[in-house]
Write a protein that binds this ligand. Structure first.
Ligand code: NI
Length: 171
């Protein structure tokens, strides 16, 4: 297991749709294990495979550091899709690929998601709260979408200016 490099905005791999996983083989298992290490080292609560430079439909979520999710196991999502959404909430979001920037984003309040786990078994998950937000954020990643892509034009421009000034000039 190893910590891989997290790709940062504006890396173009983050803006491209990822490919479905056909065979869940050793390479996919190694990828998942490395993603877990990388996410925990960051630290973060979610990570998509394209954030470590591998454009396939694999994402992980671990909310167990949060009090109300302390008993939730880490979730592995392979080929996930959102089946239904309900309601809407506006909450602050951040992303390991966009350091030092958080902004309020509108998301569905509840989602049901279908995915495969690391053994290939299909499961469905109904979620609200932080888990619903994380699921939508990670599935967006796999579709080549960042949370800043959901901002209004005005707020996106402010983001770009701020980001250029802070993060990109330090790099
Ligand atoms: Ni993210």
């Amino acid at each position: 297991m190893a910590v891989r490099e997290i790709r940062k905005y504006p890396d173009t791999i983050l803006g491209k749709k990822t490919a479905p996983v056909d065979a869940i083989d050793g390479a996919i298992h190694r990828l998942i294990d490395d993603m877990v290490d990388t996410m925990h080292a960051a630290p973060g609560v979610g990570l998509a495979a394209n954030q470590v430079g591998v454009p396939v439909q694999v994402a992980i979520i671990d909310l167990s550091a949060q009090k109300e999710y302390s008993r939730h196991p880490l979730i592995v999502l392979i080929n996930p899709e959102i089946l239904t959404t309900k309601g809407s909430v506006i909450e602050e979001e951040g992303c390991l690929s966009i350091p030092e920037f958080v902004e309020k984003i509108t998301r569905a309040a509840m989602v049901t998601v279908r995915a495969q786990d690391r053994s290939g078994a299909v499961f469905e998950l109904e979620a609200e709260g932080l888990l619903a937000k994380a699921l939508q954020h990670e599935i967006d990643h796999l579709n080549g979408m960042l949370f800043v892509d959901r901002l209004s034009q005005l707020k996106r421009n402010i983001f770009r200016r701020k980001y250029r000034k802070t993060v990109l000039q330090k790099a």
